[in-house]
Design a binder for this molecule. Structure first.
Ligand code: ADP
Ligand code: MG
Length: 254
């Protein structure tokens, strides 16, 4: 009984998932026999070589794409916050209107939701720029804005597809701490796609390595961090470089 309970306790259980895309000329097997549990209130990173099916996995979770075989079981209704590979801010809309966009699409703009967004903007140092346009923001600020827009709908699961890949190294390190704090403060179950091993180690509670296409689970790591330690501090921990080497050796390189 206990085993069954444990097995299905998490928000998302993925079992024997395979995804084949059918194009006019060929079939592309993107994912093969994936079984993963996404642990509640934790950050799970997924690393794997380019083209191995990482974005596909998120598109299957959101049901943008349909599975070929296997199942994705959700244990409650998901309110998905999906931050895609590009930040997709609308250049003709102000910072505030961009932040409100998800709520607008949901037809859920009212005093309460407006107030929630204003508080997010204040908290993450964007309120004074609320009437600016995204093109006048730095890369890090844009990323924070994209995250605020994603959080505005109060998701219970956050899907982040390589959210930092377009930022320079310095910005990336700073924003990583910010994003980590936001996620932990709101205690949201998060799946982070990345190809950056250091980012995965410093941000995650769980790391899953996918093989090259068709992506299958090669191995998984569970990290036991104290939640108050931010990513930039974790990078200084003794085990960091050992773990980095171990993960590196388990990734299929081109
Ligand atoms: P990753 O995010 O790991 O780089 P993707 O999930 O984007 O990989 O893609 C996995 C494979 O599936 C790639 O070979 C890609 O070209 C292919 N693919 C992705 N989306 C589609 C689609 N809509 N139709 C056909 N093939 C696709
Ligand atoms: Mg991708």
């Amino acid at each position: 009984m206990l085993t069954i309970k444990t097995l299905f306790m998490n928000l998302i259980n993925i079992r024997n998932l395979t995804k084949i895309y059918h194009t006019t000329t060929k079939e592309i097997k993107a994912l093969e026999n994936i079984s993963i549990d996404i642990e509640d209130n934790k950050i799970t990173s997924i690393i794997g070589p380019s083209g191995c099916g990482k974005s596909t996995l998120l598109n299957l979770i959101t049901k943008i794409e349909s599975t070929s075989t296997g199942t994705i079981r959700n244990n409650k209704d998901l309110i998905i916050g999906y931050m895609m590979q590009t930040d997709a801010l609308l250049p003709w809309m102000s910072v505030f209107d961009n932040a409100m966009l998800g709520l607008k699409l949901q037809k859920n703009i009212n005093d309460e939701t407006k107030c929630y967004v204003i508080n997010l903007l204040k908290k993450y140092d964007l309120y004074e720029f609320k009437d600016e346009y995204p093109n006048n923001l730095s890369g890090g600020m844009r990323q924070r804005l994209a995250l605020i827009r994603t959080l505005a709908i109060k998701p219970n699961i956050l899907l982040l597809d390589e959210p930092f890949s377009k930022l320079d190294v310095e910005t990336r390190k700073n924003i990583t701490d910010d994003v980590y704090k936001i996620i932990k403060e709101l205690n949201i179950t998060t799946i982070l796609i990345t190809h950056d091993i250091e980012e995965a180690i410093s941000l995650s509670d769980n790391i899953i390595i996918l093989s090259k296409r068709p992506g299958s689970v090669k191995c998984a790591y569970k990290l036991n961090y104290d939640e108050v330690t931010v990513p930039s501090e974790r990078r200084k921990e003794g085990f960091f470089s050992k773990l980095y080497e171990n993960i590196w050796s388990n990734i299929d390189h081109d």
